[in-house]
Write a protein that binds this ligand. Structure first.
Ligand SMILES: Nc1ncnc2c1ncn2[C@@H]1O[C@H](COP(=O)(O)OP(=O)(O)O)[C@@H](O)[C@H]1O
Ligand SMILES: [Mg+2]
Length: 1043
């Protein structure tokens, strides 16, 4: 998926606004923070070293970048490699990829990425694969011999490398050529603190097995070698032993024979051992200081290994033969000179070995002539260097970078111009800083600094660095890019940073002060002839071949070219090579000095940005048309902005682009339509397009979202609706089923009724209506008849008191039976009543009265019931005297009996005769014929009786009684019930007043002398006739005990 959306900062600095160093730095920093380490300037890739493994490499990414155009995905080295490779393959243009940057900025890694990309995408097949393998494996071999740990980079390449990879017409690799530049050979004999010698020494000591070590006469312990930095022989994260095995394997794959590998290792071991050859002062007889070997053992071993007499070697180390046309003069060397000679030998052996290895690799990977090939060159060379103390090496390195910058400007502009020409766009020249003047200052064949240096080196007479400097000062005194103490003084400038032995060049990338000390020496790069001859004498074929000038048969007194001249010519070759190709740039930047991930030092990056000329790069790029793109890819990217091209466009690409831009009404000055590409003049227009595209994308995203949401809601709704319909269908079905069930049951019920009714109706004609009723009535009647007849025949006795009655034979007759029983009883009573005489009626009435008064109230009542009331208990008939006592009153004497009157005073009783008439109660003595007391019934207030068995009663008189106010009477009667029942009747008859009868055990009797409270107590064992005993309690209480 194209991922330009959501980019961090700007991905192409051409779009940077405002275009200033600070905004450029900020953009790089922002992107670095977000781990976007690659940024474009047009088609140039800027790479900021992340110092961490990022997940943006590998087969999937390679596949992705293979499928998309340059600007469609995030900036990446793969994109650049893809453009280069495709252009090589499709357009038949040789390519070069120029990777520049400081040490440790990631050049070598970038070159490996390019190679791995190309290896992954180019053709396949056995032959091709083996070429690929050889090309890729040349890296570990070159790294082992040419890389070392420095303070800045644990795997720093100490040489410049240019590798041409050659392809056939299909784009499959055929082979290649590697060119190396300026190995830092001084490292062989001396390293700074914290740095190491070349990896190979440590790999050899660590990785070689004991047998190999013995054959090479080496000890495993690295600290035993003077040329190796004693501290820190190990590098974190680097396994020397396994790297050694990888190296051996790589050499074998590339095609080194076993013998060659052995010889390479022997020469390496020799260099190492040479360092341990210790020189000491010796004096010749004439007192001239000479030198000698302290311990011949190392020298001996070296001699044995390379097949050379050790004395010969010693002689070559400690003396020098000066040869002129006429004579040979041998001079001895003092210790310092001898040490210099020894170190020079070591350095030379090593650097020549390195060259030999490169050549050997080239031999293996070279392509036969005659084949037509396309070339892709990858240049991984040290970048511009400004150190504290800059010497000859920095000078040539910076010269090289100056040349590369020139190439960059020229090619970029040239390419730009060519492109405009190709596309038929009118073009006017752009001004830019041309560093030709600086290149000239250095390389001019007669008046250049390098030429001066060579001249000084070759000049007879006293030659020194200072004479060289003086020459420069003289020659360039008015050069605008040259400065020194002398020129400054001439212009009366004071600059304490400028040393006496220094000169300064204003490079395109900044001013660099060089110290001329040892410029002459380094340029001369002399190896005493004695040494090369000695080496040539050795039987070791490889070593021998490294020193062809040692062959005495071809004595050449001609000096070898100086280092400067060599470098200049190789740079010139390189330039020629590069000019012939289409350049692609990778500009590496180191974000900090500490190899730390996530750190971004703006100052450090600013310096690099300056000397990489990035800002200029952007300016040049923007000078013409800032942006260009093939119609097809432009249309692909922006066609969504126009209605006529979106979503479908059927016309040609160019017409599509024109149509699209017309609709966007972009001014025609801003645009130029080339043959295959569209050119846009200012970045603003591109921003505008990008912004429009962003907005349009949002719109489209919203549209997609809208449609999707609509679709989702709709489907959801439809699903819900379907579910709802299903549920309601089930519900309705269920409801209807239930309803139907109910209806069915009801219908069945109704049917049953109707059928029953019909059946009954049908049956009715077979029976007389009401037959059942008639029948039942009949049966009932016959049962009743039977019952009544039976009753009639077996009537119980007609005695009133006989309550027996037969039970009903059926339950249904129960009420009738009861009714009959009652009727029968009443009938019996009526019959009984009818036969009674008036006297019996009278007696019964009296009995009834007695019952009303005393039933359930007095204990003696039940006994009185069966006994008929006689009325006369004293033989009144026979005693007329007593009859007279009633006086003139009419009517009979109702009761005549003997009662006991209780004396209030002592409780004793005395007999009296009591007569009750219709109007009076008469009390008299039995012997006297005179009435003692006559009480009218109208003056009787009431009587009090007890509930017990006794016959005690008190006759209470009303206050207004006319009786001689003797008070109430307390009497005892044997026929109390009868007496009081009759008195009640008599009083009712006489006065229409009811006699008040009070049943109580405690009543007061008002005597003449006062009231007495009578208390009646039930004594123990009272049966039959009761006996009363009175006891006086105080003056006004009488206790009566019923026995
Ligand atoms: N793209 C990258 N991803 C991760 N680490 C890198 C990358 N480029 C460089 N490095 C780290 O930086 C170190 C130095 O890189 P190198 O290519 O050797 O620098 P140079 O060749 O410029 O001196 C590497 O050893 C590696 O650890
Ligand atoms: Mg490198």
């Amino acid at each position: 998926m194209p991922v330009l959306e959501g980019s961090v900062g700007v991905e192409d600095l051409v779009l940077l606004e405002p275009l200033e160093e600070s905004s450029l730095l900020k953009n790089l920093q922002l992107r670095h923070e977000k781990k976007e380490i690659y940024t474009y300037i047009g088609n140039v890739v800027i790479s900021v070293n992340p110092y961490q493994q990022l997940p943006i490499y590998g087969p999937e990414f390679i596949a992705k970048y293979q499928d998309y155009n340059f600007y469609e995905l995030k900036p990446h080295i793969y994109a650049l490699a893809n453009v280069a490779y495709q252009s090589l393959k499709d357009r038949d243009r040789d390519q070069c990829i120029l990777i520049t940057g400081e040490s440790g900025s990631g050049k070598t890694e970038a070159s490996k990425l390019v190679m791995s990309y190309v290896a992954a995408v180019c053709g396949k097949g056995e032959q091709v694969n083996s070429v690929k393998e050889q090309l890729l494996l040349s890296n570990p071999v070159l790294e082992a011999f040419g890389n070392a740990k420095t303070i800045r980079n644990n795997n720093s390449s100490r040489f410049g490398k240019y590798m041409d990879i050659e392809f056939d017409f299909k784009g499959s690799p055929l082979g290649g050529i590697i060119t190396n530049y300026l190995l830092e050979k001084s490292r062989v004999v001396k390293q700074l603190k914290g740095e190491r010698n070349f990896h190979i020494f440590y790999q050899l000591l660590d990785g070689a097995d004991a047998q190999l070590l013995k054959a090479l006469k080496l000890e495993r312990d690295a600290s035993g070698y003077t040329y190796l930095n004693r501290e820190g022989s190990r590098v974190g994260g680097m396994d020397d032993a396994s790297n050694f095995r990888a190296l051996q394997n790589a050499m074998t794959v590339i095609g080194f024979s076993e013998e060659e590998i052995r010889q390479v290792l022997e020469v390496t071991a020799m260099v190492l051992k040479l360092g341990n050859v210790e020189l000491m002062d010796e004096f010749q007889a004439n007192g001239i200081a000479a030198s000698g070997i302290r311990d011949g053992r190392d020298l001996q071993e070296i001699g044995e290994m390379i097949g050379l007499n050790s004395e010969e070697l010693e002689r070559a180390l400690c003396s020098r033969t000066m040869e002129t046309a006429k004579e040979k003069v041998v001079t001895v060397l003092n210790v310092v000179q001898a040490q210099y000679a020894r170190d020079a030998l070591a350095k030379n052996i090593y650097s020549r070995l390195f060259d030999w290895i490169v050549n050997r690799i080239n031999e293996s990977i070279k392509v036969g002539t005659g084949e037509e090939k396309k070339v892709m060159g990858v240049l991984d060379i040290y970048g511009f260097e400004i150190l504290e103390d800059n010497s000859f090496e920095q000078f040539v390195i910076n010269y090289c970078n100056e040349k590369l910058q020139q190439i960059f400007i020229e090619l970029t502009l040239k390419e730009e111009q060519e492109e405009y020409k190709r596309e038929g766009i009118p073009w006017s020249k752009v001004d830019y800083f041309d560093n030709g003047i600086i290149c000239n200052l250095i390389e001019h064949s007669q008046r250049g600094i390098l030429a001066m240096l060579d001249e000084e080196c070759l000049r007879p007479g006293v030659v020194s660095d200072s004479t060289f400097l003086a020459k420069l000062n003289q020659l360039f005194s008015s050069h605008s890019h040259y400065e020194s103490k002398v020129t400054q003084n001439a212009q009366r400038q004071y600059d304490h940073s400028m040393g006496l032995s220094c000169f300064r060049i204003c490079h395109y990338a900044g001013k660099v002060t060089y110290n001329v000390t040892s410029f002459i020496d380094k340029n001369n790069d002399l190896l005493f002839r004695d040494l090369s001859q000695a080496m040539w004498k050795a039987r070791h074929s490889l070593l021998r071949s490294l020193f062809p000038e040692g062959n005495p048969k071809q004595p050449s007194l001609k000096r070898p070219p100086t280092a400067g001249a060599q470098f200049k010519s190789s740079v010139a070759t390189l330039m020629k090579n590069l000019y012939s190709k289409n350049p692609n740039y990778i500009r590496c930047i180191k974000p900090n000095e500490h190899q730390q991930q996530g750190q971004f030092s703006s100052e450090l990056v600013a310096v690099q940005v300056r000397y990489l000329g990035l800002l200029e790069n952007v300016r040049v790029r923007r000078a013409g048309y800032a942006y260009r793109q093939a119609y097809k890819s432009f249309l692909e990217r922006y066609r969504l902005l126009s209605r006529s091209t979106w979503p479908h466009w059927n016309g040609g690409d160019r017409e599509g682009v024109e149509q699209c831009l017309k609709e966007l009404s972009i001014s025609s000055e801003e645009l130029a339509f080339g043959k295959t590409k569209l050119f846009i003049r200012s970045p603003k227009t591109l921003f505008y397009l990008e912004e429009q595209r962003r907005l349009r994308l949002q719109q489209l995203a919203t549209l997609i979202q809208k449609i999707y949401r609509g679709w989702r809601c709709r489907t959801h709704y439809q699903q819900m609706r379907k579910s709802q319909i299903l549920i309601s269908a089930w519900f309705r079905g269920n409801k209807q089923k239930k309803h139907y069930g109910k209806m069915k049951r009801s219908a069945l019920l109704i049917q049953a009724f109707v059928r029953g009714w019909k059946a009954r109706k049908n049956y009715r004609k077979y029976f007389r209506s009401g037959a059942a009723l008639t029948l039942s009535n009949f049966i009932y009647r016959s049962l009743a008849q039977k019952f009544l007849l039976n009753l009639k025949n077996n009537l119980p006795s007609t005695k009133v008191l006989d309550k027996r009655w037969p039970a009903a034979p059926y339950k249904c007759f129960n009420r009738a039976n009861q009714e009959l029983q009652q009727l029968f009883h009443q009938w019996k009573c009526k019959k009984f009543w009818d036969q009674l005489s008036p006297r019996q009626v009278q007696v019964l009435k009296e009995k009834l009265r007695a019952s009303e008064l005393f039933k359930d109230k007095k204990a003696s009542y039940p006994q009185s019931v069966p006994i008929p009331f006689r009325g006369d208990y004293i033989g009144l008939q026979k005693n007329p005297k007593l009859q007279k006592l009633k006086g003139k009153e009419e009517g009979p004497i109702l009761v005549a009996e003997t009662v006991k009157k209780v004396n209030r005073g002592n409780g004793k009783t005395s007999a009296r005769i009591l007569l009750l008439t219709r109007g009076h109660v008469i009390l008299t003595d039995s012997k006297k014929s005179q009435a003692k007391t006559v009480i009218g019934l109208d003056s009787v207030a009431g009587v009090s009786v007890t509930s017990l068995q006794d016959g005690l009663f008190s006759l209470h008189l009303s206050e207004t009684s006319s009786v001689d106010s003797k008070g109430d009477f307390l009497l005892v009667s044997d026929h109390l019930i009868e007496l009081l029942a009759k008195m009640y009747q008599a009083m009712l008859d006489a006065t229409q007043r009811q006699l008040s009868v009070t049943v109580t055990e405690k009543f007061s009797v008002k005597f003449k002398e006062g009231s007495v409270l009578v208390k009646v107590i039930q004594g123990p064992g009272s049966h039959g006739n009761s006996k009363l005993s009175f006891k006086k309690r105080g003056s006004d209480c009488l206790e009566v005990t019923v026995q």
